[in-house]
Design a protein around this ligand. Structure first.
Ligand code: DX5
Ligand code: ZN
Length: 227
């Protein structure tokens, strides 16, 4: 099943509860946490995640683009996130961190910047619930999709299959009607979309349309046929 996670980075930050409501039916709300160190942009932190978790019934998928995720990620679980993604480039002890996130009751996820390969992390995969392959340089919404990431998505799906893992594969950055088919065909099953959802006249309808498109593209894909 394809999941669509609208990114509230493209929403109106003064009206977050309404913006969450505007995408009712989405699988998760994708919350981009940026610290102006790991990425050159600053967004929001634990108190806003805490308030948003109280204000919406949609589970929160927190994408931490921050330094020292080992120190901060557990606080996002406590704030109410159902899934917490840390960047492996910033994590001091990714296995310990993934275990801590899971022990606190959330799904643990590891993100890779475009230049970070998946292969060195093969042995970590059983510790995770999701891998996020960035399809733009993290930091801003509205950037063009990097199609050179498609082979990495495919190789990641092959590793997941090789180990027989029940692990979600998320893509984030430039995901839109023109690019989602290629992501689904390559092996992604969780799709973050910011501008493609919140830039649409009807965001909830945009979520449904993207999901239908991803479902159709993955139904025929090499990786889903044998599932
Ligand atoms: C970028 C963020 C993304 C961003 C995606 O660093 O991680 O989640 O909101 O926005 P679009 O879908 O517009 O590329
Ligand atoms: Zn993100």
């Amino acid at each position: 099943m394809a999941q669509i996670n609208p990114s509230i980075l493209s929403a109106d930050f003064a009206r977050l509860a309404d913006e969450a409501e505007a995408v009712r039916g989405a699988d998760w709300l994708h919350v981009d946490v940026m610290d102006n160190h790991f990425v050159p942009n600053l967004t929001l932190g634990v108190p806003i995640v805490e308030s948003l978790a109280r204000a919406t019934g949609t589970p929160l998928d927190c994408h931490l683009m921050i330094e020292q995720p080992d120190r901060w990620a557990p606080q996002y679980v406590e704030a109410g996130a159902g899934s917490v993604t840390f960047h492996v480039e910033a994590a001091a002890a990714p296995v310990r961190l993934a275990r801590e996130i899971r022990a606190k009751g959330a799904r643990a996820s590891m993100a890779l910047r475009p230049a970070t390969p998946i292969e060195p992390y093969e042995d970590l995969l059983p510790e995770l619930d999701m891998v996020l392959i960035m399809t733009v340089e993290p930091g801003f919404g509205g950037q063009a999709f990097l199609d050179i990431m498609l082979p990495k998505i495919r190789r990641t799906r092959q590793l997941i299959d090789k180990h027989g893992l029940d692990l979600w594969l998320q893509v984030d950055g430039g995901v839109a009607p023109a690019t989602i088919d290629a992501c689904a065909e390559a092996g992604a099953d969780v799709f973050v979309a910011g501008s493609a959802v919140y830039g649409a006249a009807d965001p909830a309808e945009a979520v449904r349309a993207l999901r239908a498109q991803a479902e159709a593209a993955s139904a025929e894909a090499w990786w889903s046929c044998k599932h």
